[in-house]
Write a protein that binds this ligand. Structure first.
Ligand SMILES: Cc1ncc(COP(=O)(O)O)c(C=O)c1O
Length: 406
């Protein structure tokens, strides 16, 4: 099977051992953490780990030859909360700005006090483009009719409208096709009220074609320069390219998932290039501990039947919270330092663990389903055993899950 970033790796024995454990927490850190996590809560929550995000920013910066980072915070900051992660990165000199696809994400981080550049990478209505520009959010443009609109917006805001040219070099998803772009750029560049701050593209992440795509963007830049047009800072590299295509770092890199500690495509290879730290924990507390008799079954479909008396524990988190339906294919959960396998079907709001011949867990115990504390709860490992893309492991967490900053 061809491996793309949106697919998962076929079973890989080396993976769990390749996922590095973080250094042990100090007592002080443990105390800080436990005081933050509400003792009276059973229902799931996400714990965001700022130190891990900061560590990943520095690692990616180094990996991309110290290029500035335009941090992607789309899809609710990859599940961790767009405002949370933007606030953590706002103070870091390596991060020059933020990028998101939806208007709401851009506006919400601006309204929450983010001062750095924000790039909107999506399509919007005329009114939305105006609202974004009014808040000094840079617009991605790719439509033929944009010049008139941008000039009208500039007339209303009283300042020039800042844009990045979105160039389609081969994804056929968003952007103006590179072979149609030059006359369009010339037209935009004529306007005194439009400031071209950058030009960008996305890779298909197919290594040979990526090279071709990069050449197309560079050619366009050269052509524009020959016509005395500056198309600003060039940016193309998402996480995959930062790891696998260093020449694509250009003027700025644009990572998303790796900021949050997950490896984009080939975890064994990427973890050997640079260690990332998982930047969140998905937690819940045990709500029920019970002994099954031989022959008792577990959950919908009865695909687990106890072969002998065994204790099981229920966690109040399920696929509606964003935990993986396919967790039963080999996922484990960390409770009190031990791993317990998920058994039976994960239902919308519950997950069941086999805990063994003794009732070693009790109601109220803290369970971590995803996090940095053991290789077998690393997002990349969960992706590997369940066959779910690592992007889904993060981005499909229910946005309503409460978040605590560790
Ligand atoms: C245009 C664009 N740039 C950058 C990224 C970041 O990608 P990744 O999360 O793989 O680093 C994305 C996310 O899919 C994107 O859509």
């Amino acid at each position: 099977m061809k491996n793309t970033r949106r697919t998962f790796l076929k079973s890989s024995i080396a993976l769990a051992s390749a996922l590095v454990l973080p250094t042990c927490k100090t007592k002080e850190e443990e105390i800080k953490q436990s005081s933050l996590v509400s003792k009276d809560r059973y229902d799931p929550w996400i714990e965001v780990i700022p130190e891990a995000i900061k560590y990943n920013v520095k690692t990616l910066h180094r990996l991309s030859g110290n290029k500035p980072i335009l941090a992607v915070i789309k899809n609710n900051g990859y599940g961790l909360g767009d405002v949370n992660v933007a606030k953590i990165m706002e103070e870091l000199p390596e991060v020059v700005g933020f990028a998101a696809v939806k208007k709401e994400a851009c506006l919400s981080i601006r309204n929450e006090g983010i001062k750095k550049n924000i790039l909107h990478m999506g399509m919007a209505t005329d009114q939305d483009f105006f609202e974004l520009a009014e808040k000094d959010i840079q617009l991605s443009i790719f439509n033929p009719g944009m010049r008139k609109l941008l000039e009208d917006i500039s007339g209303k805001t009283g300042k020039s409208t800042k844009v990045h040219l979105y160039i389609d070099t081969g994804m056929s998803r968003m952007g103006i096709p590179f072979h149609k772009a030059m006359p369009w750029i010339e037209n935009i560049a004529k306007s005194k009220n439009i400031e071209i701050q950058g030009a960008f593209m996305g890779f298909t992440e197919e290594p040979d074609y990526d090279k071709e795509q990069l050449a197309r963007l560079k050619m366009l830049d050269t052509e524009a320069n020959q016509k005395n047009i500056s198309i600003g800072k060039l940016h193309a590299a998402s996480s995959n390219a930062i790891f696998h295509f260093p020449e694509a770092a250009l003027d700025m890199v644009r990572p998303g998932i790796s900021l949050y500690g997950a490896y984009p495509t080939y975890p064994e290879i990427e973890s050997s290039i640079a260690e990332l730290k998982v930047a969140y924990r998905l937690n819940a507390r045990v709500v029920r501990v019970e002994q099954l008799r031989k022959g008792d079954s577990v959950s919908y479909g009865r695909n687990y039947i106890a072969e002998k008396p065994v204790w099981v524990a229920t966690l109040p988190i399920g696929h509606a919270d964003g935990y993986l339906r396919k967790a039963v294919n080999g996922a484990k959960v960390l409770v009190n330092g031990n791993l317990y396998p998920v058994i039976g079907a994960v239902s919308a709001s519950h997950t069941i663990l086999e805990i063994g011949e003794q009732p070693t867990l009790k109601v109220g115990d803290l369970a971590t389903l995803v996090g940095p504390d053991h290789p077998e709860i690393h997002p990349s490992h969960l992706s590997n055993v369940t066959g779910v893309s690592v992007y889904d492991v993060l981005m499909h967490m229910n946005p309503r899950l409460p978040k605590v900053i560790a």
